[in-house]
Design a protein around this ligand. Structure first.
Ligand code: PRP
Ligand code: URA
Length: 204
C-alpha cells in the first residue's frame, strides 16, 4: 500500500475534511487531490521507447506502453474521474454502481459497464475505503471481467477496509492520501470527512 506523503496532498485533504467546505470547492479539491494520487498510482506503468525529432535533433523519448482504464464507483468516485481523464486523455472509462446499505453496510450493485479490461492497468476510483465492502465487491467484479493489474485509488482508508480488501484481493494495490484511525459504530471513517458523496453533490 502507498500512502502519498506529500505536503500538497495534506494541504488539500485538510480542506476536504473541514466541515465548512462547500460542494463547489469540494469538487475542485477532490479533483486536485486525485491528480496527486493518480500520479503515484501510475508511477510503475510500463513505457515504450520511441524516437522523435526535436527542432534541434533526433532523440529517444518514452511514452506510456499500456492501456489504462479508470473505473469510478458511483457515485462518489465520479468526483475523482476528471482528474484521471485530464492526466491520461486516452484512458478508457468504466462504471460500477454500488450503494452501501446504511444499516447493514453491505454494498448492492445497480450498474456495471466497462470497456475490455484485458491487458489494461485498471484504476478503481473510490474516495472512501471504510469497511472495505464496496471496494472488495468492485475488485471481484473487475477481476471476474479480466482485470489483472488493479489499483484502488482512494482519498482516505480505514485500517478495517485495508484489511478486508487485501484479504479478499491480496494482489490489489492501494494508493491513498491517508490512513485514518478506524470506523465509528455506524461505519463512518474517524476522523474522516463525513459522507463524501453527500458533500460532493450537496445531498445533505
Ligand atoms: C461510500 C463510498 C464508498 C463506500 C465505502 O459510498 O463512496 O463507495 O461508501 O464504504 P465501505 O468501504 O464500507 O463499503 P455510498 O455507498 O455511501 O454511496 P454514494 O457514493 O452513492 O454516496
Ligand atoms: N462513506 C463515506 O462517504 N464516508 C465514510 O466515512 C464511510 C463511507
Amino acid at each position: 500500500m502507498t500512502v502519498v506523503d506529500h505536503p500538497l496532498a495534506g494541504h488539500l485533504l485538510a480542506d476536504l475534511r473541514d466541515a465548512g467546505t462547500e460542494p463547489e470547492r469540494y469538487r475542485t479539491l477532490a479533483e486536485r487531490l486525485t491528480s496527486v494520487l493518480v500520479l503515484e498510482a501510475t508511477r510503475s506503468l510500463p513505457t515504450v521507447t520511441e524516437t522523435v525529432q526535436t527542432p534541434i535533433t533526433a532523440t529517444k523519448v518514452t511514452r506510456i506502453g499500456r492501456h489504462v482504464v479508470a473505473v469510478p464507483i458511483l457515485r462518489a468516485g465520479l468526483g475523482m474521474l476528471s482528474a484521471a481523464t485530464d492526466l491520461l486523455p486516452d484512458i478508457g472509462v468504466g462504471y460500477v454502481g454500488l450503494e452501501r446499505n446504511e444499516e447493514t453496510l453491505q454494498p448492492t450493485e445497480y450498474y456495471y459497464k466497462a470497456p475490455s479490461l484485458d491487458d489494461a492497468s485498471v484504476l478503481l476510483l473510490d474516495p472512501m475505503l471504510a469497511t472495505g465492502g464496496s471496494a472488495a465487491f468492485a475488485a471481484k467484479l473487475l477481476r471476474d471481467r479480466g482485470a489483472t493489474d488493479l489499483t484502488l485509488v482512494c482519498i482516505i482508508a480505514a485500517p478495517e477496509g485495508i484489511e478486508r480488501l487485501t484479504q479478499s484481493d491480496p494482489n490489489i494495490r492501494i494508493v491513498t492520501a491517508c490512513v485514518d484511525e478506524g470506523l465509528n459504530d455506524v461505519g463512518y471513517i474517524v476522523p474522516g470527512l463525513g459522507d463524501f458523496g453527500d458533500r460532493l453533490f450537496g445531498t445533505f
